[in-house]
Design a protein around this ligand. Structure first.
Ligand code: HEM
Length: 446
């Protein structure tokens, strides 16, 4: 008998993309908007609201489109949200991503002074993100957004990023992504790992108890905070050629090169996890949604990381039952990331200069305990599993002297001189309000 959920979610008030899976493949576009006049900003919101689906509809990913609206702290200000409400948002959200750069190790090439304008500036107010199974259906949704913008003079689109997911679901470093998703109690949507207990809704949606059994603080008034969540987006440029060159230089054969790359990620290019396929890729497993995330680490006889290194990207990002300092479940993130830019053709080792990577999108009810914790403790450091001087080998902000330990017998392998494979081109913290909250903002008369 399955346990009854202990919570009833107000699905008709929650923006669908928080809970619903996306189509595969898909195309998407993120549009950032500056609000110059608060009344016009509210008018734009009023026009967008009818097109935002709630999570009460069918979670069938094959439906037409998937659109979301989120607002930065500067955006809430620009829309005239009252001061006491603004003050009720958590400090990291109020400060914005650029102001958090030092804490997040967004330094050197990833520092805000090198970000792509207007990212990191005060003009990023509204984020409209749409995803659809094909270009005509995406154009239909974007047409609606553009029509909403056309004759409202006090709002201006200031940046656009087109994104996509290939039918293989592989992103620019060559690996299938977007496999592991947590289940949320009350959503009715299963997670991808049958061995992972569903999460209390308050981990991802404001207004419900979280894993600590408490109702987390929520922006006020309640109508503004309830059923909302925080969105972290970052344009992460990947250096695919540098990644390939690094592996080629360290491997003595193509199969060793593939194995080393898989050790960086924790999965093979097909998505097959190392824990279940330790020696070679298993495309049938990688393609099987029922099996490709059905694993733990210690329980699958890999407490020491001989199959999947403790420092592999996916294992760091969700250590599951690995022995770590802290509790892995307290730092789970919902990901809605996408590819951008052309893929580097297979076999090419020279950089072609193209801008490519991932538009990382992470959702959760607590930026500090979710994204910021994961970035600072699990990506930029290795204390949590006893390797303090190693960062995430794939996405860590290496300066050319990074290290990555691959446990193996009889002696471990240590990779050195890791360069930076991922550069942050900019991002922001936004609030993805519930639909009632969007109407509340649209109806303000401040
Ligand atoms: C360009 C940068 C990145 C690349 C290429 C990348 C790639 C991948 C890949 C291939 C996977 C395995 C697929 C899956 O389990 O769904 C994965 C998993 C994951 N990544 Fe990343 N990632 C990047 C950045 C990030 C960042 C910045 C974060 C968080 C701050 C993150 C968090 C995660 C999480 C939570 C998982 C799921 C782990 C699991 O549940 O097993 N990733 N990533």
């Amino acid at each position: 008998m399955t346990a009854q959920p202990t919570v009833t979610l107000e699905l008709d008030d929650i923006q669908a993309p928080l809970l619903h899976p996306r189509p595969s493949p898909y195309v998407g576009t993120l549009i950032l908007v500056r609000v110059e006049d608060r009344r016009d900003g509210r008018e734009l919101l009023r026009r967008l609201i009818p097109f935002i689906l709630s999570a009460a509809g069918s979670p069938d990913a094959k439906r037409d489109a998937w659109a979301a609206v989120a607002i930065s702290f500067q955006g809430l200000k620009a829309l005239g949200v009252p001061k006491d409400s603004l003050a009720s948002f958590p400090p990291e959200f109020q400060h914005g991503m650029a102001a958090r750069a030092e804490a997040l190790s967004d330094i050197g090439e990833s520092a805000p002074e090198h970000w792509e304008p207007p990212l990191g500036g005060p003009d990023v107010h509204l984020a409209i993100y749409a995803v659809a199974p094909d270009a005509p259906r995406l154009d239909a949704v974007l047409g609606m957004a553009r029509a909403g913008l056309r004759d409202v003079l006090g709002v201006a689109p200031i940046w656009q990023q087109d994104t996509y997911m290939l039918p293989t679901e592989r992103t620019s470093l060559g690996f299938k992504d977007g496999i592991s998703h947590p289940a949320i109690e009350g959503s009715g949507i299963p997670g991808t790992n049958p061995h992972e207990e569903p999460f209390k809704a308050g981990e991802f949606i404001l207004g419900y108890p979280n894993e600590n059994g408490v109702l987390p603080p929520m922006p006020q008034p309640e109508v503004l905070g309830r059923n909302g969540t925080y969105v972290v987006f970052r344009k992460l440029q990947t250096r695919a050629a540098a990644f390939r060159q690094y592996l080629r230089a360290r491997a003595t054969s193509r199969s060793e090169e593939e194995l080393l790359a898989a050790k960086f990620v924790g999965r093979w290019p097909s998505g097959a996890p190392l824990v279940l396929a330790p020696e070679r890729d298993d495309p049938v497993l990688g393609a099987d949604a029922g099996r490709n995330n059905a694993f733990l680490y210690a329980a699958n006889d890999d407490a020491r990381g001989l199959k999947c290194p403790l420092g592999a990207h996916a294992r760091r990002m969700n250590p599951r039952d690995s022995k770590i300092i802290g509790v892995a479940r307290m730092h789970r993130i919902i990901r809605r990331s996408s590819s951008y830019g052309p893929m580097l053709p297979e076999g090419v080792l020279e950089d072609d200069g193209a801008d490519r990577g991932i538009l990382f999108v992470g959702l959760g009810a607590n930026i500090a305990r979710g994204f910021e914790f994961v970035k600072t403790q699990w990506i930029d450091e290795g204390n949590f599993f006893g390797t303090p001087d190693e960062m995430d080998p794939l996405v860590g902000p290496h300066d050319g002297a990074g290290r990555f330990t691959v446990p193996q017998q009889p002696i471990r392998r240590r990779l050195t001189d890791l360069p930076r494979f991922v550069v942050n081109r900019g991002g922001e913290y936004c609030f993805m309000a519930g639909l009632r909250a969007l109407r509340w903002i649209a109806d303000l008369d401040t």
